[in-house]
Design a binder for this molecule. Structure first.
Ligand SMILES: Cc1cc2nc3c(=O)[nH]c(=O)nc-3n(C[C@H](O)[C@H](O)[C@H](O)COP(=O)(O)OP(=O)(O)OC[C@H]3O[C@@H](n4cnc5c(N)ncnc54)[C@H](O)[C@@H]3O)c2cc1C
Length: 465
């Protein structure tokens, strides 16, 4: 186990010299709010100081200082993560990316965009759209999360079925390594067989292998024609049977989202927008995109035919109200319970029906309330478990029991613990328990090679040795 040093007045003074005094904060309310994210996990230990650097060079100097003094550093984007990735387990310095917030270049003819890591994802999407192009990364939190956080977690979202997750949208990454060197991994190349693909190593590493400071993102032509359909089912089996059929068809959907009956009911009530059959139905929301109206008409016909084959009770055009309900699922359960936890399981597409069915049936045997939705087109199942009025001991025992069933089941099905949210500090013990020992050992060797003093985001992803 590594030992870390406290942030002393001398360290604060050095930080002020690096970033300017105005960008070094120690007020208690700031330390608290920058020690939390959307997971609701309390900081094991709070940040001792929050620093707001303005350049990669300043971050490099902070990392060199932290190495010299053996102080842990937690990189922080917008704090919308849901697995405690920014919770500073061992205190130390929180490095906020808020001031690295410039879009540096949108190159239409080269189909790429260069941005600093603290730019809001929605601003990147808008900058691309303004040029008639698409940045295809689209997490539901895009109005608030940062692009650097998206890379660090390999965020998924609404368009991942057609375009892939964040890692498929990236040409290159500039980062400050744990020991303070600034480097760029990757380049604006369609292909490259020149050594390791290190930009992909940083993507999804949750801030434990480097601090991402700048990104070069892929843009694609924006399909001008779009159809959103809401396909409504009375049974779970029928609803999930649509997913593999859609994926095998020639429609190449952009999104395929599933909501169970409880989420439909709850989110509709929360948003106050009554949708068809909302009291008692499973929803599948499908987005289709095309470059000409004939192509879109053909895709829509196929979708309708597949919906009929699978026994849909109704099919309607999905307007903004449907997406509002989908986007507010998580939020809609918040006021029902003071405590909740979410699962982010991912399984092969072939297994999605079986896994949804088995895990929803299992979840229904407990006294906690369970809601389920899925990015069904990419095999990603979200379970939201609510404590409600349960005594703490019952709640903890039941959640542990559910996981004891669900995790081995998912791994036997070829799945993994997290499809898009990451491990953070929330799932470290499970990561240790369920990852192949050789794979885990390789990850730890890489971490130790890049971060010999273990100061960058310790307590996340991998258990400290
Ligand atoms: C309502 C809601 C909806 C959501 N929907 C989705 C969704 O559809 N898909 C999805 O994938 N996620 C979703 N999320 C989760 C979250 O928004 C994503 O994980 C997002 O990518 C986090 O970005 P952030 O800037 O907030 O990162 P943070 O929460 O600040 O950090 C997340 C992790 O990344 C690291 N990190 C952040 N910035 C950097 C950097 N520059 N360099 C290195 N490491 C860094 C942190 O140390 C931490 O480990 C949702 C969250 C909420 C609250």
């Amino acid at each position: 186990m590594k030992t870390y040093q406290a942030v002393t007045e001398a360290v604060l003074q050095e930080l002020r010299e690096i970033t300017g005094a105005a960008h070094v904060k120690t007020a208690p309310h700031i330390l608290q709010s920058y020690s939390e994210d959307e997971s609701g996990m309390l900081a094991h230990r709070q940040a001792e100081v929050v620093v707001f650097p303005g350049t990669a060079e300043e971050i490099s100097r902070i990392m060199k200082l932290a190495n010299r003094r053996r102080i842990p550093v937690t990189p922080r984007g917008a704090g919308t993560g849901v697995c405690g990735g920014v919770v500073p387990v061992y205190g130390g310095i929180v490095v906020s990316m808020e001031r690295l917030n410039r879009i540096l270049e949108v190159r239409e003819n080269g189909l790429y965009l260069v941005a600093e890591a603290g730019v809001r994802t929605a601003d990147i999407q808008a900058a691309a759209r303004a040029k008639g192009l698409l940045y295809a990364g689209d997490p539901c939190s895009s109005d608030s999360c940062f692009i650097g956080g998206n890379l660090a977690t390999n965020a998924g979202g609404n368009k991942a079925v057609r375009y892939g997750t964040t890692r498929q949208q990236v040409y290159a990454v500039e980062a400050v390594l744990p020991t303070g060197e600034i480097t760029q991994f990757g380049s604006v190349l369609k292909k490259c067989s020149t050594g390791f693909c290190l930009e992909q190593l940083l993507i999804g590493s949750e801030g434990i292998l480097g601090i991402i400071t700048k990104v070069i993102l892929k843009l694609v032509p924006l399909p001008p024609y779009r159809f959103d359909g809401l396909i409504i089912f009375s049974s779970l089996e029928q609803a999930v049977s649509l997913v593999p059929k859609l994926m095998q068809s020639a429609v190449n959907p952009t999104s395929v989202e599933f909501m169970d009956k409880k989420f439909v009911r709850r989110a509709v009530q929360y948003c106050r927008v009554p949708l068809p059959h909302w009291q008692d139905a499973y929803y599948v929301i499908v987005t289709l995109e095309a470059f000409c109206s004939e192509e879109l008409a053909r895709m829509t016909e196929t979708l309708v035919a597949l919906g009929e084959t699978c026994g849909a009770v109704d099919m309607v055009k999905a307007d903004e109200r449907v997406w509002k309900v989908r986007r507010n699922c998580l939020e809609s359960t918040r006021e029902l319970s003071r405590e909740s936890t979410s699962e982010d399981l991912v399984v092969p597409l072939l297994q999605i029906g079986n896994c949804l069915h088995t895990l929803m049936k299992k979840a229904a045997t407990y006294s906690f309330e369970a809601f389920c939705l899925a990015h069904a087109g990419d095999g990603n199942l979200h379970f939201q478990l609510l404590r409600g009025d349960l005594p703490a001991a019952v709640w903890q025992a039941e959640v542990a029991d559910f996981r004891k069933f669900a995790y081995p089941f998912v791994y036997r099905s070829g799945g993994r613990l997290s499809g898009e949210h990451g491990i953070g500090c929330k799932r470290v013990a499970y990561m240790e328990a369920y990852t192949d020992p050789v794979e885990l050992a390789v990850m730890k060797k890489i971490k130790n090679a890049l971060d010999p003093h273990g100061i960058l985001n310790p307590g996340k992803v991998l258990r400290e040795e």
